[in-house]
Design a protein around this ligand. Structure first.
Ligand code: 7TS
Length: 413
């Protein structure tokens, strides 16, 4: 179903009805999808926008003059403008990438390797997703820079005091997740930026878990770079973006060299196209960009403020109801919690938790969540994780809690 084109926001029942994947049973039960932090479901409007491109105007962009190519180019650039507007910036500051991982790699390779010197420091936290950690390890190795960690507070929050204490005259770059994919904590990015800029350090924010859930303005946050993924915000896989402040993008080297990203090429050398095109070497993911723009339009029609409140309420309710279950440990505190609840049941491996829940039609993730340093900090190997989004309901929380009671019975707890 596409959403009604009224000016009033759709009800949550109408929203859930827009996601065809929810119209199925899994292992004999209606699907409860609680793995949106890994990837979200896709609404019909997104699937249709992608199909329409492939069906009606499947052309390359920025080259041929024929009508279909013109339409594809127009749609691709309109998508850039819409996605940029969604995060509070202009099209020329938005680079399409294949997702957060590529966006961070672009900054780590193109900016950090060019600007960091031996002994410079990259400041980050132990809660980073591997995609916002390993690229910095590599950049540090290549430049002789060092990684410095600001330890988390006892509740698992980014501690501004610890961050402040970790700054030295050599701190050149600070990188943190906007929202942790394990703890669900929203970090105070504005304060981080204020502190970092006072020390002339560049701020790179991993927005993979924030852009899907919160109204975000990169301009208001004042960040230098901001990375996010389309597939976690109702868009297709294989598309995402990097925002860069115009001056920062101009001092960043491209990651991919070849077609599309050049101005002129002779036998010996080449010059680069303008920002942001110089960062999009090769044929881009045209369908992905068009699908992501449809996702943004969909999210805007529901309202980001409403989505933020909705998924936070469900996560907080889940956390509050899980905590008293026998042997339950819920990670992270309720304060600042966004849509994610990571937990363990004593004596039950999280994979077993996920398996039993799956047998009841409930999809959760189990594992280290690509955050092994955080697992080590929490002194656990892995956890189960339920993550909520705009199509989830109170009944889904009931089903999760009932499912976990069943897990407890199954394992004799
Ligand atoms: N950063 C954070 C905070 C993430 O949660 C993820 C993906 C990434 C970066 C990487 O995004 P990608 O689109 O480039 O893969 N997180 C998860 C997760 O929590 N479960 O599966 C993927």
């Amino acid at each position: 179903m596409s959403l009604p084109s009224t000016t009033t926001a759709p009800s949550w029942t109408e929203v859930a009805g827009a996601f065809p994947a929810l119209r199925q049973t899994v292992n004999g039960h209606p699907l409860v999808y609680l793995d949106s932090a890994a990837t979200s479901l896709k609404p019909t409007v997104v699937i249709d926008a992608v199909s329409e491109y492939y069906r009606d105007y499947p052309s390359n962009v920025h080259r041929s003059v024929h009508t279909l190519a013109g339409r594809a180019t127009e749609a691709y650039e309109a998508a850039r403008a819409r996605v940029a507007g969604f995060i509070g910036t202009r099209a020329e500051n938005l680079v399409f990438t294949h997702g957060t991982t590529e966006s961070v790699n672009l900054v780590a390779n193109g900016w950090a390797r060019r600007h960091l010197q031996p002994g410079d420091e990259i400041l980050l936290t132990p809660a980073e997703h591997h995609s916002n950690l390993v690229p910095w390890q590599q950049a540090a190795r290549a430049t002789g820079a060092r990684l410095v960690y600001a330890e988390l507070s006892p509740e698992g929050h980014l501690s501004m005091a610890a961050l402040r204490a970790a700054f030295t005259p050599r701190t050149r770059l600070v990188t943190v997740a906007h929202v942790s994919n394990v703890l669900g904590t929203e970090n105070p990015i504005r304060q981080v930026v204020e502190l970092a800029h006072r020390h002339d350090a560049v701020v790179v924010v991993d927005g993979a878990q924030s852009v899907p859930h919160l109204p975000v303005s990169v301009t208001e946050l004042g960040v230098d770079f901001f990375a996010f993924s389309g597939h976690k915000m109702c868009g297709p896989t294989g598309i995402g973006a990097l925002y860069g402040r115009p001056d920062r993008l101009r001092e960043t080297d491209p990651l991919l060299f070849g077609g599309e990203m050049i101005a002129e090429v002779d036998r010996e050398r080449a010059t680069w196209a303008d920002v942001p095109y110089r960062f999009e070497g090769g044929t881009p993911n045209v369908a992905g960009a068009i699908g992501l723009a449809a996702a943004v339009q969909f999210l805007e029609s529901v309202g980001m403020q409403r989505i933020a409140v909705h998924s936070r309420e469900l996560a907080v309710e889940a956390a509050e109801r899980l905590a008293p279950l026998p042997g339950a440990a819920v990670y992270g505190s309720l304060a600042n919690r966004q849509a994610v609840v990571a937990f363990n049941l004593a004596g039950v491996h999280p994979h077993d938790v996920a398996q039993v829940l799956d047998s009841l039609g409930i999809a959760v993730r189990a594992g280290h969540h690509c955050a092994q340093p955080l697992m080590a900090t929490l002194a656990i190997q892995s956890s189960a994780r339920a993550s909520f989004y705009l199509y989830n309901t109170r009944e889904d929380v009931d089903r999760l809690v009932d499912g976990l009671r069943e897990v407890g019975r199954y394992f004799g707890r």
